[in-house]
Design a protein around this ligand. Structure first.
Ligand code: C2E
Ligand code: CA
Ligand code: CA
Ligand code: CA
Length: 278
């Protein structure tokens, strides 16, 4: 038994060491990845519950790492935030997503908008709003087509800068969405502090919708959103049962594998196309 314990320990030691190695590798490789054009975007549709049509596409970043293969954002976004690489990466994502939206508009899909995930670290930059507006101008995209999804799990340290940025963006017509609603602990504070346009209920509540407590939380979130005149979306919808519940409780938009997983640009375009054909 003693021996086995030791082996187990060594096993975990190796796992932990390779975990640390991976983090270090990502840390150093992140620096060149932008220049080497190793990032790309997938798009996942959000569907309007009432019309059944795609109302927006969420841009989700991917990293084609030369040695590690395709990396999901959970593997590198937290590291990019720590090293501040999220600033140039986030700007790249914004520009790329806005360019894609412009392309869709040129194809005539005017009912669509593009949703982009923003890190709190970006929001705390003095010139963030100006940068976003400059990108919109450069791409010639009307601000009304852009939605910024902000996760509230990380605490905002630079409240004043963040608020100024959000105010400027809202004034220009950009929409602000609180992402992963309910998962953090500052959600309500967020709604009170900033004038947001909508909220997106976290996947964890949708995931176990059969539990009464999750139903109660979803009901409350929808009520709260509508009382505040906000739109309410739910992410991570995988089953008909989940969708039915969300329809019944008055949720406005839904997103998840039940409709579509995140797709490369050409496949996302096909989905948008289908919507505009019927
Ligand atoms: P998120 O913004 O909450 O995005 C939803 C995540 O759930 C995506 O994972 C998506 O692929 C996944 N998902 C969608 N539908 C379903 C479903 O029905 N079931 C399940 N199990 N999962 C579903 P992904 O693409 O790996 O992104 C993970 C997180 O990384 C995102 O969570 C977002 O916070 C962050 N992220 C992605 N792209 C960016 C970006 O460009 N900038 C920043 N700052 N963060 C990003
Ligand atoms: Ca999101
Ligand atoms: Ca989420
Ligand atoms: Ca999120």
């Amino acid at each position: 038994a003693k021996r086995k314990g030791k082996n187990n320990f060594q096993y975990f030691d190796i796992v932990m060491k390779s975990e640390v190695d991976l983090v270090n590798l990502i840390k150093s490789d992140l620096r060149m990845a932008l220049e080497k054009e190793q990032f790309f975007l997938y798009y996942q549709p959000l569907v309007d519950v009432r019309t059944g049509k795609v109302t927006s596409m969420e841009a989700l970043v991917r990293w084609q790492h030369p040695k590690k293969g395709l990396l999901s954002p959970n593997h590198f976004i937290p590291i990019a935030e720590e090293t501040r690489q999220i600033i140039p990466l986030g700007e790249w994502v914004l520009r790329k997503a806005c360019m894609q939206m412009k392309e869709w508009l040129n194809m005539g899909y005017s009912g669509l908008s593009i949703a982009v995930n923003i890190s709190v670290h970006q929001l705390e930059q003095l010139n963030f709003a100006n940068n976003v507006l400059a990108i919109l101008k450069e791409v010639e995209l009307d601000p009304q087509y852009l939605e910024l999804e902000l996760t509230e799990t990380v605490l905002v340290r630079e409240m004043e800068i963040a608020a100024k940025n959000l105010y400027k963006l809202k004034e220009a017509g950009v929409k602000i969405i609180v992402d992963d609603f309910g998962a953090g602990n500052s959600s309500l504070r967020y709604l009170q502090e900033y004038m947001v346009d909508g909220l997106k209920i976290d996947r964890s509540f949708v995931n176990e919708i059969t539990k009464d407590v999750n139903k109660a939380i979803i009901d409350a979130a929808v009520l709260l959103a509508h009382r505040m005149k906000l739109s309410v979306a739910a992410e991570g919808v995988e089953t008909r049962e989940q969708l039915d519940y969300l329809i019944r409780c008055g949720c406005d938009k839904v997103q998840g594998y039940y409709f579509s997983k995140p797709l490369p640009p050409d496949e996302a375009t096909q989905i948008a196309q289908k919507v505009y054909q019927d």
